[in-house]
Design a protein around this ligand. Sequence first.
Ligand SMILES: *Cc1c(COP(=O)(O)O)cnc(C)c1O
Length: 228
Amino acid sequence: MGYIADNIREVLEEVGKAAARANRDPSEIEIVAVTKTVPVEKIEEAVDSGLTILGENRVQELIDKYSLLDGVKWHLIGHLQKNKVKYITDKVSLIHSLDSVALAEQISGRLDLLKQEMAVLVQVNVAGEDTKFGIGPEETADFIDHVRQIPGVRVKGLMTIAPYVSNPEEVRPVFRRLRTLAEEVKTIGFPGVEMQHLSMGMSNDYTVAVEEGATLIRLGTVIFGQRN
Ligand SMILES: *Cc1c(COP(=O)(O)O)cnc(C)c1O
């Protein structure tokens, strides 16, 4: 077994420990293997080790790899430009990065509404960083109320990218805020909206994210090694 299989085994162990610390069932947590810049042979090793959800943040890379890998689901995890929507609505099972009403309308317009829906997560810029996409925490409920009425667009939860810090404990409040936001939305009870997923946690902070309730963790470096 190669280093990717070893890395995955270690990650699963850490996820199990973090889940135990939070009294969570580890089966609630799924890994999105982030494959940006990773060659297909390496991705295949991860798939052989049991990872079946792959995440790309660039549409072109997703399309290039899409036809080369079988038996996997693709998630779009990065900022999505409206003019790229048409390339992916038939390829991805979840878009993590819904950040505008205009994007939701574009997605809707590309669906065959008789037989197709698109599951999306609302990206929230919890920490208010200028460099990050996402809507503000205080706008989240209104935003969801708006997009839930757009045909075919199904809100399934929230996503955030925490600021990069050397000690992941520093971003625990960010993850906790995303979870309480999801609880607030759930309490309002918008028809058609589910708060099934919290997409949060990356290589440097996923154990804290799991402790705070992540259901999807997006991992690149810790599985495939440093990107060049
Ligand atoms: C690259 C990327 C990740 C994975 O980052 P790592 O630190 O390598 O785990 C997760 N989420 C998004 C949105 C990314 O762009």
